[in-house]
Design a protein around this ligand. Sequence first.
Ligand SMILES: NC(=O)c1ccc[n+]([C@@H]2O[C@H](COP(=O)([O-])OP(=O)(O)OC[C@H]3O[C@@H](n4cnc5c(N)ncnc54)[C@H](O)[C@@H]3O)[C@@H](O)[C@H]2O)c1
Ligand SMILES: O=C(O)C1=N[C@H](C(=O)O)CCC1
Length: 238
Amino acid sequence: MKIALIGYGKMGKAIEAIAKENGDEIVLKISSSNQNEFTADNLKQADAAIEFTNPHSAVENIKKCLDANIPVVCGTTGWLKDLPEIKNYIEQKNGTFLFASNFSVGVNLFFALNEYLASLMSSHQEYEVSVEEVHHTQKKDAPSGTAITLAEQLIEKIKTKKSWVNDKTNNESELEIISKRIDDVPGIHTIKYNSPIDYIEIKHSAYNRKGFAGGALLAAKFIAGKKGIFTMKDVLGL
Ligand SMILES: NC(=O)c1ccc[n+]([C@@H]2O[C@H](COP(=O)([O-])OP(=O)(O)OC[C@H]3O[C@@H](n4cnc5c(N)ncnc54)[C@H](O)[C@@H]3O)[C@@H](O)[C@H]2O)c1
Ligand SMILES: O=C(O)C1=N[C@H](C(=O)O)CCC1
């Protein structure tokens, strides 16, 4: 398969390494230093584009891929306030799009586990739920996109929680998300349930970026040749 990489930083390079192992071809690599090559003609050489840049560039980059009629997988986090605009754009262009806050298969299984545990815990209000995420110090957004997905799942199931805050809170209706930034940590997410008599936690730790990169490639293969908006649930059959 032929892939355009929009963003050639830590994730772009991790995707390139796995693509080479799989026999996929990277036909275009765009970073902030070669924007002149980010053209419709160049994009059209690819079966799909994979976008991992930053919260300020993602929306424009996705639109450029849709304008060129190229299916686009996006892993950039921190831009989701603009998702309704992107959904309209996809409809107008009859385009193809897949976003995931986390592409790793393990985290997508962890999402399913989080939903299941939250539905069990919803009738046990003595447990106070909170989320913690730890990432490397170069990360631009907080909380992580993955932590937001986990928090949204919890708010859906645990009716006392109405919204999340990225800070400590004593307000019972707010779900606490604590963000920590430590050197080179690829990503750790923990869901904590604390009661006056015991404590339960579920935790996912990424050892490196291979899971995110491999999942993004699976997603690109899944959407190539399709039309519409997809999620990792479609890719993994969850
Ligand atoms: N969804 C997931 O599974 C997942 C996993 C890891 C990282 N991420 C997210 O992916 C994004 C990128 O992460 P990273 O660690 O690779 O970051 P990074 O800073 O290492 O790389 C970003 C790259 O984007 C390039 N870039 C910046 N502006 C650009 C533009 N306008 N057009 C094209 N390229 C541009 C930079 O030159 C750089 O090469 C972040 O938002 C991060 O949170 C998501
Ligand atoms: O390294 C990052 O940045 C990561 N971003 C995603 C997020 O915000 O959840 C996924 C994990 C790694």
